[in-house]
Write a protein of this length. Structure first.
Length: 213
């Protein structure tokens, strides 16, 4: 059996096989370990109780996007699991107001507290993708302004067309998904509606409604 405990940074192995003359302590072997966690910023923020806040608050420190985006900003105070739990409990006990500047993105307790925040690995791949995208966009802007020398109105119009194409593709995908799922249910309701209308129109010789079925 494996036992992993917060704060001990060790794995304890309990040997279930009986050893003659051995005490309980002789069955317990502790191995020092260091657990790390990798994932994108949205995943890490969700684990910490800051769901949908990865673009607004740093997972590792108290700084907001406005603060960390400033050049030459001072490093923010680092979070710990205990600090986060303390904030959430104070909110529950009405000792702390739900001011965003005080909550700093936290909406609930961390999903688990086994791994210290300093062992959360920065998602290097996603950062490199973001840097690459920024370089590509900068090249596009350079071409537009210095090579093709397009008017600003033309650039805006072209971007609007590209955005409209993307929105159209998304809407078409949603429509196709609806036809494959909810569209079938709608067809069943329409058939049932037709049957009800026919029943309401059916009358006997005395002009009274005839309920069929």
């Amino acid at each position: 059996m494996l036992v992993i405990c917060r704060g001990t940074h060790s794995i304890s192995y309990l040997d279930d096989s009986p050893i003659q003359g051995a005490s309980f302590d002789e069955h317990l072997i502790s191995l020092p370990i260091n657990i790390f966690l990798a994932g994108d910023l949205a995943f890490l923020s969700t684990l910490l109780g800051k769901e949908n806040m990865s673009t607004a608050w740093c997972p590792w420190c108290i700084l907001s996007k406005v603060q960390w985006s400033a050049s030459n900003h001072k490093p923010g105070q680092l979070w710990t699991i205990d600090n986060i739990v303390d904030i959430c409990e104070k909110v529950d006990w009405k000792e702390l107001s739900e001011d965003p500047e005080l909550l700093r993105g936290f909406t609930k307790l961390p999903l688990f507290d086994l791994i210290p925040i300093q062992n959360y690995i920065v998602p290097v791949l996603h950062i490199l993708i973001g840097v690459g995208n920024a370089v590509v966009y900068a090249i596009y802007e350079f071409v537009d302004e210095h090579i093709e020398r397009l008017l600003k109105q033309l650039i805006v119009a072209r971007n609007n067309i590209n955005t409209a194409k993307i929105n159209l593709e998304d809407a078409q995908a949603q429509h196709d998904d609806w036809k494959q799922n909810d569209g079938i249910t709608l067809s069943d309701y329409m058939l049932e509606k037709g049957n009800i209308i026919q029943q309401l129109k059916a009358r006997n010789d005395n002009g009274s409604l005839v309920i069929q079925g």
